[in-house]
Ligand binder design. Structure first.
Ligand code: TYM
Length: 409
């Protein structure tokens, strides 16, 4: 069997003379104004492009129009999505898995991409979803006290629940709380730890000799929720296929899951990869929680949103109104336009904006205004929903329980 494992150093080396994009679970960087070259990334990672044929099949089998994240290529790459559609077509069960590393109490709008999409997939396929909060990872990488990391998990869980997940079909867990109380979880971790060598981990994740051993031991913890026997209280002993929607930076963990799956007697998990929501300053980097001016946070006020976009959103327009009217703007590098692709669901309106900005009829200030209005609405209504999420409701979501799935095998 050929391994899918590609080392991080290999991902950073370009075959041609252009400077290399870097995409790892810790760094996303490009020197190109238009951002990461995603076609090249697909080749390097060995995944498959989400093409029109897959989208058509998706619509035909589910009977639902594709989400605009799919239509616009925001989710652009996959592994084995045709297999998942086959299962759905045959009425066979599978489940969804995604996660979040709670490094701060304020999530930014980029973090919401996989969750908004998962909520849509959960509705379309009517399947269970497990959400892992890797507070252990953040405690090790960011040197956060264990107790504080757990608190961050609970804060982030509120933002995640506010995306509208169905309590009856969703289990959210903090690694620091859950792993020690679930022997099946620990046993699967050990199964992976036994079959992956230090060299492979170094190759996949790039760790060095002076990294804490916690970093080296961590990857199996993120890999095991892709195996249904990790959650016997949900799935019993069924060996169910898993579909993981995530940003493509997380793929190294799941290449590892896919490599060990046959040894563990499990189907390889399928994946849907999203591109990155760019930083306000431009598409060379992704929006990051550690640079407050690069991102819009779910806690930002309408005024903060307005000021950040007016001040920091990189413009693809010309320097004077006269020049802009004459030469037009460049939507491919304009961050306000790029962000509208994520938030403005109306395809006709988006293409009208593109046409008018490109021709120069729409000015940068007017384009920014469109984005400010939509973001204030999106963030404002998220804040309203979050206010209704009580601590008790969070505990319900985080209680290991039967989701009514085991019996329906
Ligand atoms: P984290 O917290 O860094 O990110 C959570 C999810 O959000 C995606 N993401 C983005 N997507 C689009 N644009 C961005 N600017 C952006 N920034 C982050 C990430 O790719 C991820 O899908 N170790 C993980 C937590 C985790 C996980 C998982 C993620 C545990 N199990 C399973 C995905 C699937 C982490 O720290 O994610």
């Amino acid at each position: 069997m050929e391994s899918e494992t590609v080392g991080i150093e290999k991902l950073e080396v370009n075959g041609d003379s252009s400077p290399e994009d870097v995409v790892t679970p810790w760094t996303v960087e490009s020197t190109n104004d238009t951002g990461i070259d995603y076609d090249k990334l697909i080749k390097k990672f060995g995944s498959s492009k989400i093409d029109q044929e897959l989208l058509d099949r998706f619509e035909k089998i589910t009977g639902k129009p594709c989400h605009h994240f799919l239509r616009r290529g925001i989710f652009f790459s996959h592994r084995d999505m045709h297999t998942v559609l086959n299962l759905y077509e045959q009425g066979k069960p599978f489940y969804l898995y995604t996660g979040r590393g709670p490094s701060s109490d304020a999530m930014h709008v980029g973090h919401m991409i996989p969750f908004v999409f998962c909520k849509w997939l959960q509705d379309v396929f009517n399947v269970p979803l497990v959400i892992q909060l890797t507070d252990d990872e953040k405690s090790i990488w960011k040197n956060i006290k264990i107790e504080d990391a757990i608190k961050l998990s609970y804060e982030n869980a509120k933002d995640i629940i506010a995306c509208g997940f169905d309590l009856n079909k969703t289990f959210i867990f903090s690694n620091l709380e859950h792993v020690g109380s679930n022997p099946a979880f620990y046993q699967n971790m050990i199964r992976i730890q036994k079959s992956v060598t230090f060299n492979q981990i170094k190759g996949i994740f790039g760790f060095g000799d002076s990294d804490p051993v916690g970093k080296i031991a961590f990857p199996p913890t993120q890999a095991v929720p892709a195996f249904s026997s990790t959650f016997p209280f949900i799935f019993g002993d069924a060996k169910l296929p898993c579909l993981i929607p995530c940003g493509i930076d997380q793929d190294p963990y799941f290449r590892m899951s896919r490599d060990v799956a046959p040894k563990m007697g499990f189907p390889k998990p399928a994946l849907l990869h999203s591109s990155f929501f760019p930083a306000l300053q431009g598409s060379q980097t992704k929006m990051s929680a550690s640079d407050i001016n690069s991102a819009i946070f779910l806690t930002d006020t309408p005024k903060q949103i307005k000021n950040k976009i007016n001040k920091h959103a990189f413009s693809g327009g010309q320097t004077t109104v006269e020049e802009h009217r004459k030469l037009g703007g460049n939507c491919d590098i304009d961050i306000s336009y790029q962000w509208l692709r994520f938030f403005l669901e109306d395809d006709d309106k988006l293409s009208e904006i593109r046409k008018n900005y490109t021709s120069g009829a729409l000015l940068t200030g007017e384009l920014k205004q469109e984005l400010i209005k939509i973001l204030q609405e999106v963030v404002g209504s998220h804040q309203e929903r979050r206010k209704t999420i009580t601590d008790d409701l969070v505990k319900e979501f985080m209680k290991p329980r039967d989701l009514g799935f085991v019996l329906k095998k």
